[in-house]
Design a protein around this ligand. Structure first.
Ligand code: G6P
Length: 610
């Protein structure tokens, strides 16, 4: 989703901003722009295309400026176009503004400004902000105050950066609902919507909180609330290196992230399992152990792939802890007046920790007094900070828009939480030890699957021209079917649906013929025989079948067209293995179709608007 980068210092801001914008490309965008101010000129350059085109347009050598802001836009109001791209500019061409989020009352604000004589050029909701700031600059004596006053009128969400020709020594930034970080350098400071854009320059960052405004000079910054109270901001050290956010020799981030899952899964469990006692140790839940274990209900809320992880979590938690679990899309949870009590624990799963709907659901649950736990990947993200307690998944930065390693790490952490609670309830030590043993031997099993990459690529050849897919699984593998279908549609634009295998008879079976591949996740668990019957039903209708099966399953090979084998684990952990071939299958199909898997059309890595 939209990205923000800004620079003030002694260097030329343009290459720094362009490089920062490139690091944010993974978030998803459809247009880009940059605005700079120097002693002789104020310049804005925008393009409907990619940052590389912006770079060409800007003709790097000829402009130099120590102050600038840049933006990648993911269209919400108004199509992707030059005029709708950011920065937005006031009529006098003296104020440049970039914005992430949505201004909900823009129509009212626009009407008032138009009555005052302001002319609007774009179709976006954001342009009102620049005119509103212009309006306040007529009466307030500086940009900081004008921004503060303008934001007091705004309903909605924003992460903004503003620069002003008459105050070229500063960038003013503010945040409500859209992330914004300040990067602290030596005689230079940075602004970004995502730390990935900053880490080439500094590891010291300041996270702006909702309702805060800051003015950033090259050697200092000041922050206030938008209602004018002074605040002291803490500087955090970010533990992230450039290597972690580079492709590391792989053709795509997505492939790199799939292939590094033996490491990421290991990192998610590292130091958290105590074999001797058969327990998991989760420092982030310290102090809340009893409250969690005594919850009358657990709700898990999330979006996208994280929601699929939540569904697997429901199976794990109910099987081992006996606590009733509900899983809910964050976007529904936040608006349907859910009944939540102080005895509920609500787990919010989010790779980015910034998804707008999940964040809003967290606020709703907190307001109602539930214990709120965050399961996030990005350290220091809003959901991680706003939760009462939580567990980081430690998968490392995930850049590919289609989530892969974050999903398997989310499952690992959900298994750790399950063990954490179950051992405080009915699970005995040796049962706990058995789970831990299975977790320890998971890594070599992941490696065995990843070694089949080439064979999976060959299988992808057989399916690359198919127009529709059905993914079917039961029990723990129903959510895996959903995730497999999601991966395929996200990056290959092939229509794919996931279903519980038995539900096939209630509709999807009508679609099955020789052109309709059906991917079965058919693990040797308690519902294996049932899944085999479902496979027979598809065969009887001439459907093409690709099965994900266990290594020792010779029977299934005779039944289906293609099979990918995965090692066996206990039921709770098996989805961590069965999903990996589906990630690779989706990846290879998309690559064979010539698609850019890291930046699929219309999608965003971090969805910061609702
Ligand atoms: C977007 C991403 C998905 C992700 C979902 C939830 O749609 O493209 O990959 O699963 O948001 O994101 P979160 O960061 O909250 O896990």
């Amino acid at each position: 989703m939209c990205g923000i980068v800004g620079y003030i210092g002694e260097k030329n801001s343009i290459p720094i901003i362009l490089e920062g914008l490139k690091r944010l490309e993974y978030r998803g965008y459809d247009s880009a722009g940059i605005g700079i101010i120097n002693t002789t000129e104020c310049k804005v350059v925008k393009t409907k295309g990619k940052v590389a085109e912006l770079e060409k347009l800007i003709n790097k050598g000829s402009i130099h400026s120590n102050l600038g802001i840049g933006h990648t836009r993911w269209a919400t109001h108004g199509e992707p176009s030059m005029v709708n791209a950011h920065p937005h500019i006031n009529e006098a061409h003296t104020i440049f503004l970039i914005h992430n989020g949505i201004i909900e009352n823009y129509a009212t604000l626009k009407k008032g400004l138009q009555e005052e004589g302001y002319k609007f050029k774009s179709e976006t909701d954001k342009e009102v902000l620049v005119h509103l700031i212009d309006h306040y600059l007529k009466t307030k004596n500086n940009l900081f105050q004008a921004v503060r006053y303008a934001l007091n009128e705004v309903e909605g969400t924003y992460g903004i950066a503003v620069i002003y020709k008459n105050e070229p020594e500063k960038i003013v930034v503010a945040r409500k609902g859209s992330p914004l970080v300040i990067g602290i350098g030596k005689n230079e400071n940075f602004v970004a919507s995502d730390v990935n854009a900053l880490i080439a320059h500094t590891s010291q960052v300041v996270y702006l909180e909702d309702g805060e405004v800051a003015e950033i000079y090259k050697d200092r910054f000041h922050a206030k609330t938008i209602s004018d109270e002074n605040i002291i901001k803490e500087i955090h050290e970010v533990d992230l290196s450039i290597d972690e956010i580079s492709k590391g020799g792989f053709s795509h981030y997505m492939l790199k992230e799939i292939m590094e899952q033996s490491d990421s899964i290991f990192n998610s469990m590292r130091g958290r399992l105590v074999l001797k006692e058969g327990i998991s140790k989760l420092g982030g839940l310290q102090g809340f152990e009893e409250r969690i274990a005594n919850s009358s209900r657990i709700i898990i809320s999330a979006c996208g792939t994280s929601w699929h992880a939540a569904l697997v979590g429901e199976y794990m938690l109910e099987e081992y802890t006996g606590i009733p679990v509900e899983v809910e899309y964050a976007s529904e949870f936040r608006y349907r007046h859910p009944v939540i009590t102080k005895n509920d624990t609500v787990i919010f799963i989010s790779q980015s920790g910034e998804t707008a709907d999940t964040l809003a659901a967290l606020k709703e649950a907190k307001k109602k007094g539930a214990l709120c736990l965050g399961v996030c990947n990005v350290v220091g993200s809003t959901i991680a900070r706003d939760s009462d307690a939580g567990v980081y998944i430690h998968a490392g930065p995930e850049i590919g828009v289609a989530s892969t390693k974050a999903f398997t790490s989310q499952l690992v952490v959900l298994a750790l939480i399950t063990l954490f609670i179950a051992r405080r309830k009915n699970l005995n030590m040796s049962e706990g030890q058995e789970i831990i043993h299975e977790m320890h031997i998971l890594i070599s099993k992941v490696e065995a699957i990843l070694k089949q990459n080439k064979e999976i690529e060959k299988i992808a050849d057989e399916y690359v021209n198919c127009k529709n897919f059905l993914y079917l699984g039961r029990g723990y593998h129903f959510p895996v079917a959903l995730e497999g279908a999601l991966k395929l549609k996200e990056i290959s634009y092939i229509h794919a649906e996931g279903y519980p295998a038995a539900e096939m008879k209630h509709g999807p079976i009508a679609l099955i013929d020789e052109n309709m591949p059906v991917v079965f996740i058919a693990m040797k668990d308690s519902v294996y025989e049932k899944v085999i019957s479902n496979i027979e039903e598809v065969k009887a209708r001439k459907g093409r079948i690709l099965a994900i099966a266990n290594e020792d399953d010779d029977y299934i090979e005779k039944l289906v067209d293609h099979v990918i084998k995965v090692p066996k684990s206990i039921n709770m952990l098996q989805p961590i293995l069965s999903v990996i071939p589906l990630q690779l299958l989706a990846y290879h199909i998309a690559v064979k179709k010539g698609l850019n898997v890291d930046q699929p059309r219309n999608l965003a890595k971090s969805v910061t608007v609702e």
